[in-house]
Design a binder for this molecule. Structure first.
Ligand code: 9D3
Length: 271
């Protein structure tokens, strides 16, 4: 797969491409990332890529022309099907499903912005979709672009030492992960749940499913709302809830009382 990142800080992307799952995908030829710097596409001698906002106000706005030219250059090296995705605080939230779609696609262009914003005419003329990675303020789109690339790179065929973990993991089947343990059996006086040492694979699988359902119910209940829960899962969840100390449930309810939106345990914002 080929991707391009349009950014005035290509070195930030390059640094992250040198390590880990992305580096491996690039090294093994499964991923090719072009970096295109709008500064190289600036029209003036000073190579300006920003200017003051019409209408006044603080901060600078990215010029449309260098960005448009950079995107055109990026697209010349990509299939025509490749969408142009702007990383933007105004975008739709990036989700695992989008990572899966991009991993199955022929390629894409990511545009990372800086400054207070981007000239809207560039967005209207060149951008297919806008994507945000969450409700917090960053200084630019480079880290979000890396988040997207990382999420996609690890899904590319041949990306993982253990491909089974791609199918098993949190958010793919819509549940949180179960708890993990490794040696030693006892750490700081705390034992490993005995079922994991029993060698009974069916019981291990049942325990993990119950823990995954239970933790999702406790920590991210909204993930359970939009899905069908099989009778077996329902029974496992009931078992989990019955075993919960009352204190754990009231602590969770207290946290939920102070939350809003789709991240139920996030602290409430000031009004
Ligand atoms: C004062 C209004 N700000 C919008 C909330 C201005 C502003 C803040 C941060 C304009 C640009 C940015 C830079 N952020 C991104 O480019 C960005 C981002 C983010 O800040 N959070 C989560 N996802 C993303 S994707 C791109």
């Amino acid at each position: 797969m080929r991707a391009a990142v349009v950014t005035i800080f290509p070195e930030v992307i390059r640094a992250a491409m040198a390590e880990g799952v992305v580096a491996r995908a690039v090294r093994e030829g499964r991923l090719d990332i072009d970096l295109v710097n709008p500064r190289e596409h600036a029209g003036d001698r000073r190579r300006n890529v920003d200017d003051r906002p019409f209408g006044g106000g603080p901060g600078m706005v990215m010029l449309a022309a260098p960005l448009a030219s950079a995107v055109t250059a990026a697209r010349e090296r990509l299939p025509t099907s490749a969408p142009v995705i702007l990383l933007s605080p105004q975008g739709a939230r990036f989700r695992q499903q989008m990572a899966t779609e991009l991993a199955a696609s022929e390629g894409f262009v990511l545009v990372a912005g800086r400054y207070e914003g981007i000239d809207e005419r560039f967005v209207e003329q060149n951008v297919d979709r806008e994507v945000s990675i969450g409700d917090y303020v960053l200084s630019g789109g480079e880290l979000p672009a890396l988040v997207v690339i990382d999420a996609v790179a690890r899904l590319l065929p041949g990306a993982l030492g253990n491909p089974a973990s791609v199918l098993d993991e949190s958010h793919v089947d819509g549940l949180l992960d179960w708890p993990h343990y490794t040696r030693p059996e006892i750490h700081a006086g705390r034992p490993t749940p005995s079922v994991l040492l029993s060698g009974n694979h069916a019981q291990v699988a049942r325990w993990r499913r119950r823990e995954a359902l239970g933790r999702t119910w406790l920590r991210r209940p909204e993930l359970l709302l939009d899905r069908d829960i099989s009778p077996r899962d329902r029974a496992l969840l009931a078992e989990y809830i019955a075993e919960q100390p009352a204190a754990a449930i009231s602590a969770t309810n207290a946290a939920r009382t102070h939350t809003q939106g789709d991240e139920p345990n996030a602290p409430q914002q000031d009004h």
